[in-house]
Design a binder for this molecule. Structure first.
Ligand SMILES: [Fe+2]
Ligand SMILES: [Fe+2]
Length: 167
């Protein structure tokens, strides 16, 4: 395995910057999920979004506490990728009047968001481990597990909603 050979302080700076982006990302999702719940017609989908909203509020609190521990405050840095995903999600919902197609569109948008989160938390967990921050790595890993579970549940709901759309 190639060892990290750069300046560990540079990695620490990068880690904190990306925690700040993760906090912005989670807050954006917290603002978006209530709108997605409102637009859902499938009850199972609305419930899944509702439950993940509660988890997402937990993610906000977790990242805030990791940042406070590292820097003494919980500043954010703009996560432009999540801004784009949220904008695209809003646009694609606007384009659909059929309820089932709108549910499918909501699931597709939500899964894109979950996959972005999974990429971010996989990276942050690895960086925390390299930096010797075992407790951070454990918290980031537990967030990652919740994102993966949310994505998996959306995949299974998607299968059922897609069948309804085809019927
Ligand atoms: Fe999250
Ligand atoms: Fe999520």
């Amino acid at each position: 395995m190639k060892m990290f050979s750069g300046n560990i302080e540079d990695l620490r700076t990068l880690y904190i910057r990306n925690l700040k982006k993760a906090l912005d990302m989670e807050r954006k999702i917290t603002n978006t999920l209530p709108k997605m719940i409102e637009k859902s017609t499938d009850q199972q989908l609305a419930t899944a979004f509702h439950n993940h909203l509660r988890q997402t509020e937990g993610h906000v609190a977790n990242i805030e506490s990791l940042l406070r521990k590292a820097t003494g405050k919980s500043d954010t840095e703009a996560c432009k990728a999540m801004s784009s995903l949220v904008t695209e999600s809003g646009n694609s919902i606007k384009d659909t009047s059929n309820a089932t197609i709108r549910d499918i569109t909501l699931i597709a948008s939500a899964q894109q968001m979950e996959h972005h989160e999974m990429a971010i938390y996989g990276t942050l967990r690895t960086w925390a481990s390299i930096l010797g921050l075992a407790e951070d790595a454990r918290i980031l890993d537990s967030i990652l597990s919740e994102e993966k579970a949310a994505d998996k549940l959306l995949s299974s709901i998607s299968g059922e909603v897609n069948l309804q759309a085809a019927a």
